[in-house]
Write a protein that binds this ligand. Structure first.
Ligand SMILES: O=C(O)CCC(=O)C(=O)O
Ligand SMILES: [Fe+2]
Length: 198
């Protein structure tokens, strides 16, 4: 017996349809980002990043009540996402906060308002690496607000075998590449290892 199929007969179809459409939006957005970086619109296709990308859809529920047993794990502590961009949909419950300047201390956190019909787009760490820090990855967190909250995050991570090196348009003699190149899959695996080891 498949419980999901029996209880939610259109679940799979809905999820697959959403995935397909959000992936297409994400690819279009990467095309615009490429143009903004003085590259061909299909640059991220050309380098293989979007050839079978490691794109993941995560459905998230935050409980309304924080008890002593889940206080440690509630929400999401300050982090940036690992990949290229994340397209995020949230309900109307607040909690998501962003820090505009992650290099400054103390950190200043601002609430991210929900805009009906719009995605919240986070820049990921690989995009920061590609652009030599020109596009900084978005430092964000989710704080408990005493209300149940739902969100749907789509992480558009590149093909694991894609080499991530500073883009030609983002470095020069006076502004050399700051980080060494790496494979997207190795970088993301290492980030997961560090996150779940602590
Ligand atoms: O739930 C949210 O609004 C954000 C979730 C998030 O940042 C993440 O899963 O990486
Ligand atoms: Fe995140």
């Amino acid at each position: 017996m498949c419980i999901v199929k029996d209880l939610l007969p259109s679940w799979r179809q809905t999820m697959e349809c959403y995935y397909k459409n959000v992936l297409s939006v994400g690819k279009k957005l990467l095309g615009l980002i490429a143009l903004a970086l003085d590259l061909d619109e299909d640059f991220f296709h050309q380098i293989g990043a979007l050839n079978d990308p490691a794109a993941v859809l995560r459905l998230i529920r935050y409980p309304g009540e924080v008890t002593s047993s889940n206080v440690e794990t509630y929400g999401a502590s300050a982090h940036s996402d690992y990949g290229t961009i994340t397209l995020l949909l949230t309900d109307e419950v607040p909690g998501l906060q962003v820090c505009r300047d992650k290099s400054k201390q103390p950190r200043i956190w601002e609430d991210v308002p929900r805009l009906r019909g719009a995605f919240i787009v986070n820049i990921g760490d690989l995009m920061e690496r590609w652009t030599n820090g020109l596009f900084r990855s978005t430092l964000h967190r989710v704080m408990p607000v005493g209300k149940e909250r739902y969100s749907v995050a789509f992480f558009l991570d590149p093909n694991p075998d894609c080499n991530v090196e500073c883009l030609k348009t983002c470095c020069s003699e006076t502004s050399p590449a700051r980080l060494k190149e790496n494979f997207a899959g190795d970088y993301i695996k290492e980030r997961f290892r560090i996150t779940y080891a602590t």
